[in-house]
Ligand binder design. Structure first.
Ligand code: BES
Ligand code: MN
Ligand code: ZN
Length: 493
């Protein structure tokens, strides 16, 4: 998809389709009004006839009008002007894309940047447009022998009222496109079945990204290398699997090497059967999505490579397959982590924290500015927060506040849960330094408390994306979250 910025009179643009907004309260946005006047009030007539109220979700396609060069005009409902916010704007963009797709249009000029939204600049509007269009274009087809044809969207322009906004709009389109592509990569990896998307496959994807981009250095540690480092907690998770575990390290360098990096760490369980603490059968297929944290790290690194910002970011993925088997870890087994803390594995289904803790110790060597881990860690997080927000837990109030705000700004929200000392008690073990489960209460918090024992040396936040990383039911599939949040955070902090 090609994005560009245009300025000038909307009536003079030759395009298969011009998209303009209509408010519900009878006033017209600037560009719509200008078009209406040139076109002998054809829009006002449509509204007066009651053919379009302007509610969000409503659209109307008109053929060529006198005095207007565009072949078609798509009127898009934008709701009430005073109610508009970024969330509603994204909704309007989704409706626009879907209508254009319904009419098989591959090219359009979008005149929606003129809609004023409180506290939203043109850069953000352009970014949301590109991100929405790119991510709506994604279809999973890889393992289907035939897939329905669809006209790929070729060219999208946004028309501005003020040519001074050109640079900002172009920058927004560029980052939106990179974020959209990053989300789509994360979704594709999440959607791939676990017999294709193994830890080795994830390692190869990372290496491929590194080969394509000079600014990205990729290293994939083998089990033997991890054993030397003492990562016995991570290694214990893959014991029952025929697939070797890996630790993937991706270093994106856009700034001076002396500048401290922000580090992101993803849980990459390519399939989670629960191990010997076997999960029930119903819906177990969804545990192929248990690497969505890792996928979001790969998607984010890919987006950074596309945008080339002047920052340093290190992405780390701890990847294993959690299977039962003759060599599998058993409940009650005790392992020594890289940090030398011993762990009693009371439940082999609490495996995410076991791979993450060693990765979190490993990243100390980078002297990170901050570390954010991303994991489909607990079913309890879905119970607590559903699928609207991701869980956020942190040992640093300022980092938590920043991530919260980034979540709102990028429409990829998170909500903080307390990471208080009192909860640590639930992780007591009679036989090791710490147990890997904390009982039935506050499961998301005790999982984060476990991780907190390994993150004392830096500012750290944990994102539990169990409820937000994929959709269930008829629309089953990975969402690409929280790539938008991570990009927002990394680019602005
Ligand atoms: N990957 C799961 C968490 C999960 C479950 C995410 C369902 C999304 C949907 C994780 O490894 C797990 O099994 N967690 C256990 C922890 C428990 C054994 C303490 C859980 O949430 O039940
Ligand atoms: Mn599990
Ligand atoms: Zn898991």
């Amino acid at each position: 998809m090609q994005f560009s910025v245009k300025t000038g009179n909307p009536s003079q643009l030759s395009t298969p389709c011009l998209v303009v907004g209509i408010f519900e309260d009878k006033t017209l946005p600037e560009l719509t009004s200008s078009l209406d006047i040139t076109g002998k009030h054809f829009i006002s007539k449509v509204i007066a006839a009651g053919d379009l109220e302007g509610k969000i979700g409503q659209v109307l396609l008109l053929q060529r009008q006198e005095g207007i060069k565009a072949q078609r005009i798509l009127l898009v409902g934008c709701g009430k002007e005073k109610d508009l916010d970024a969330k509603k704007f994204a909704n309007i963009l989704r409706n626009t894309f879907k209508s254009l797709q319904t009419y098989n249009l591959a090219e359009a000029v979008i005149c929606l940047a003129d809609i004023a939204i409180k506290k939203i600049q043109v850069k953000r509007k352009a970014e949301l447009l590109a991100r929405t269009f790119v991510s709506l274009q994604y279809r999973y087809t890889t393992t289907k022998s035939s897939s329905p044809k669809q006209t790929p969207f070729a060219k999208v322009s946004i028309l501005l009222t003020d040519s001074k906004e050109r640079t900002q709009a172009a920058a927004g389109l560029q980052s939106g496109q990179a974020i959209g592509n990053g989300m789509n990569l994360a979704r594709e990896l999440g959607n791939l079945p676990a017999n294709i998307c193994t830890p080795t496959y994830l390692g190869n994807q990372a290496k491929k990204l590194g080969t394509k981009n000079k600014s990205l250095n990729v290293q994939v540690l083998t089990e033997a290398q991890m054993r030397k480092l003492g990562m016995h907690s991570l290694l214990s998770v893959g014991n029952g699997s025929a697939e070797p575990s890996v630790l993937i390290i991706m270093k994106y360098q856009g700034a001076d090497a002396a500048q401290q990096p922000n580090v992101i760490v993803g849980k990459g369980i390519t399939f989670d059967t629960g191990g010997i603490s076997l999960k029930p059968g119903a819906g177990m297929d969804e545990m192929k999505f248990d690497m969505c944290g890792a996928a979001s790290v790969l998607g984010t690194m890919a987006a950074l490579c596309e945008l080339q910002p002047k920052i340093n970011v290190i992405g780390v993925i701890a990847s294993a397959e959690n299977m039962p088997g003759g060599k599998a870890t058993k409940p009650g087994d005790i392992v020594t982590s890289m940090s030398k803390q011993t762990i009693e594995i009371l439940n082999t289904d609490a495996e995410g924290r076991l791979v993450l803790c060693d990765a979190l110790t490993y990243v100390e060597r980078f002297k990170p500015k901050t570390v954010v881990d991303i994991a489909t860690l607990t079913g309890a997080c879905i119970t607590a927060l559903g699928s609207v927000v991701s869980g956020l837990l942190s040992n640093d109030d300022q980092l938590a506040e920043t991530l919260y705000q980034c979540g709102l700004d990028s429409l990829d929200p998170v909500w903080r849960l307390p990471l208080w000392e009192e909860y640590q008690e639930q992780l007591k073990s009679n036989f090791a330094d710490i147990a890997n489960i904390g009982g039935p209460k506050a499961g998301t918090i005790t999982a984060a408390c476990f991780l907190a024992r390994f993150t004392k040396k830096y500012k750290w936040a944990h994102l539990d994306i169990a409820g937000t990383a994929w959709l269930q039911g008829g629309e089953k599939g990975a969402t690409g979250r929280p790539v938008p949040l991570l990009m927002e955070y990394l680019l602005n902090n």
